[in-house]
Design a protein around this ligand. Sequence first.
Ligand SMILES: NC(=O)c1ccc[n+]([C@@H]2O[C@H](COP(=O)([O-])OP(=O)(O)OC[C@H]3O[C@@H](n4cnc5c(N)ncnc54)[C@H](OP(=O)(O)O)[C@@H]3O)[C@@H](O)[C@H]2O)c1
Length: 274
Amino acid sequence: MTLKLNNGIEIPQIGTGTWTLKENIATDNVCMALKAGFRHIDTAQMYENESEVGQGIINSGVAREEIFLTTKIAPPTIRKGEDAVKESIDESLKKLKTPYIDLMLIHWPVKDCVRFTWKIMESYVKAGKIRSIGVSNFNPHHLEELLSYAEIRPVINQIEVHPYMSQVENIEFNHNLGIQVEAWGPFGQGDIDIVGNPTLQSLAKKYQKTISQIVLRWIVQRGLITIPRCKPNHFTENLEVMQFSLTDDDMQLINGMNQNHRSNPRNNPENFPY
Ligand SMILES: NC(=O)c1ccc[n+]([C@@H]2O[C@H](COP(=O)([O-])OP(=O)(O)OC[C@H]3O[C@@H](n4cnc5c(N)ncnc54)[C@H](OP(=O)(O)O)[C@@H]3O)[C@@H](O)[C@H]2O)c1
């Protein structure tokens, strides 16, 4: 199942994340995820695993054009200026061992640096080295500023979404602008006690699914893209959420769990100095 981006490109609604995966664990995880049926991989310069992710893609034997590959430009690099941003994109292409990146995101809004970074990203789209560009952890005011000068509209805003952080208004704001929302940390990065929640427990029993599947289904049924990180024993379970649906009432039950609770308070874009 894919969703269409505002530039006409299709993205698989469920992908797999690679944060914290290092060295051969990252290579093997990506390789096995592709063999299990995933066609969407999420990495970032900051994860320090782009080389391993690229190797995992090669090892899988899956054709590059079948895979949707995302990476993100690191804020510390952005702060160093234009040359550093260009060098980092060239380095991402090299490490990922690919002639093009499907989606490049600005990982976090960086004061006074988004405009030149976006212009550079646009130049890489025009050169055919990046197919789509977007942002991550942007609040509405960050997006409004970007849209005032963007020649190419962002296709995606990747933000934290899970049952305790439902992001209703933020998602609506993005969707009204034709920007798809991608949910990172769908399980609260593994740190929030989603498994112990009685509402989710009863829904899991009702649908004969795991709690993780109920959570992922709630996310994709909201029209969001998501990229859970998981070990190979959870690949099939996570992919299978495209094969059932929750009733509207049960969707509302999970919506009601929101606490505006971030898995880590430092992830709050409200804390950014602009
Ligand atoms: N843009 C950003 O700023 C940003 C920030 C954070 C993350 N991300 C991206 O989003 C991805 C996902 O977020 P995340 O890695 O932070 O956390 P997450 O996906 O919310 O949680 C990962 C945890 O969920 C567990 N899990 C996954 N599937 C499961 C299942 N079916 N049953 C039980 N447990 C399951 C994993 O355990 P096992 O390992 O045992 O399977 C792991 O401990 C990242 O990997 C990264 O690519 C982006």
